[in-house]
Ligand binder design. Structure first.
Ligand code: COA
Length: 308
């Protein structure tokens, strides 16, 4: 395997695997430098499998997720990319990947940009099912953000019990954990509770909650600053990640949190572009983003396979 030639040969598709590909102010060269660096890291860690079909090599970049494996009690694999000089036998290669590489009862998922139709069809042929369609929205006109201000603060560890409750009860039936029948609904609820707990404990750069008199702090929005990527992609970009708003005590707070986090990332961190994603079904969410000037940037599909 000559990884550099494989990466060059797949450049046109790999561009769409960059999480930042919606931003046309970032050059293709910078997008690809970032994507190549990630793939090379996986290869250096031996997180790939090579499958030969009719003399053509298919490199499946795949990582076993230890945390998810322990949490869900299912050996969990994330398929990151399939690289080859030719896609002629990608269907056969994907089937061989399932049977020869994945252990019995293992669970494998992959997020594929809508542009990578060869991989999407190969996954379908190899019995992967569609579990989520994801939209990325972005705002790179942050100087125009001028929404009224609201009182917010950073969450502390004292907020964790109430935020865990909001995360577990404000169920989103279409996120990949709730949509995938592989997971029990209760376990999916608990997963989001654990996720917000870990976010407050430092996994996220910032967790924002309401801080208004006579209003409970029963909502949250997390953000990752992503400053470690700024030089490589030559763009000061940050991401809003997870949110939930209590319908009983904080109804209507979502737009306030998104707006306040936009101010925080722009004015405190110096971000010039912000992005975030949700399911194509989450109309309340993307209509709110549109009200605040966020625009649709790209679409991906998430597939999963349980090796019964
Ligand atoms: C999505 C969520 C954060 C919204 O909380 P909220 O601030 O109380 O939202 P609201 O119910 O006030 O709805 C926000 C806006 O979307 C609109 N909306 C609601 N459902 C809608 C729909 N189906 N289609 C279009 N717009 C819709 C509302 O009318 C409101 O707009 P308005 O203020 O102009 O009337 C909350 O329901 C939640 O926590 N859901 C579960 C977790 C989740 O989905 N998180 C986001 C993941 S990205």
């Amino acid at each position: 395997m000559n990884i550099d030639s494989l990466l060059q040969a797949n450049a046109a598709i790999l561009k769409w695997y960059s999480p930042y590909n919606f931003n046309r102010n970032i050059s293709d060269a910078h997008l690809l430098t970032h994507t190549y660096a990630i793939l090379q890291q996986h290869i250096a860690l031996n997180e790939y499998v090579s499958i030969d079909v009719e003399g053509i090599e298919y490199i499946f970049i795949v990582k076993k997720l230890e945390w998810d494996t322990n949490y869900f009690g299912i050996p969990t694999y994330k398929l990151i990319n399939v690289l080859s000089m030719s896609y002629e036998f990608i269907n056969e290669a994907t089937q061989l990947f399932n049977t020869n590489y994945l252990p019995k009862n293992a669970y494998c998922f992959m997020e594929v940009p809508a542009e990578d139709i060869s991989t999407i069809q190969a996954l379908g042929n190899a019995s992967y099912k569609l579990i989520e369609t994801r939209l990325t929205y972005y705002n790179n006109q942050l100087h125009t953000h001028n929404y009224p201000r609201y009182q917010v603060r950073q969450a502390t560890k004292e907020d964790i019990p109430s935020l865990k409750k909001v995360a577990a009860t404000m169920r989103n039936n279409f996120d990949r954990f709730h949509a995938d029948k592989t997971f029990d609904m209760q376990i999916a609820d608990n997963f989001l509770s654990t996720y917000i707990q870990n976010s407050v404990a430092g996994y996220a750069n910032y967790v924002m909650v309401p801080n208004q008199k006579n209003t409970a702090s029963n909502s949250f929005l997390t953000a990752n600053y992503l400053q470690e990527d700024w030089d490589m992609i030559q763009c000061k970009i940050s991401k809003m990640v997870l949110s939930a708003v209590s319908a009983s005590t904080n109804k209507g707070w979502y737009i306030k949190l998104i707006s306040e986090m936009t101010y925080h990332l722009r004015d405190t961190i110096g971000a010039e572009c912000i992005y975030l994603n949700t399911q194509a079904t989450n109309r309340a969410v993307f209509s709110t983003w549109e009200k605040l000037g966020y625009k649709l940037g790209n679409t991906t599909h998430v597939f999963s396979f349980l090796n019964k």
